[in-house]
Ligand binder design. Structure first.
Ligand code: SF4
Length: 114
């Protein structure tokens, strides 16, 4: 069963991805436990609201022409993440994932980030 991707914050940001106006989602439940984690209070994956494809697509429509990128913080290659990255790419947006990993797991994972 696919676990639901949940987010605790959604905001427009300018600093996280240089040169881009980004819609940023902070995802709960990151499993990596990096030392000095900036979001340790969101480790519980039950926190926040479910991020549905319908809501996500609606937000991209709402900000159409105003944002150039979507960034996920703490998503950590959640099994659902590729779906949302693909939706963003289909809306001609750049995509970014803040990660504590050195590389993306799984074949072709990096192809979802541009
Ligand atoms: S990848 Fe980011 S959210 Fe996850 S533990 Fe590391 S610093 Fe925290």
């Amino acid at each position: 069963m696919n676990k639901i991707l949940r987010y605790v914050h959604e905001e427009i940001v300018w600093q996280e991805v240089p040169g881009e106006t980004s819609l940023a989602f902070t995802i709960s439940g990151c499993p990596l436990r990096c030392k000095g984690c900036h979001s340790s209070e969101y480790r519980n994956g039950d926190l926040g609201a479910p991020l549905t494809q319908e809501y996500f697509s609606g937000q991209l429509k709402k900000y159409e022409g105003l944002i150039s990128c979507v960034v996920f913080l703490g998503g950590e290659w959640h099994e659902q993440l590729r779906v949302f990255l693909a939706i963003a790419r289909n809306n001609n947006l750049h995509t970014c994932l803040y990660t504590g990993l050195d590389s993306a797991p799984g074949r072709g994972a990096l192809s979802h980030l541009h």
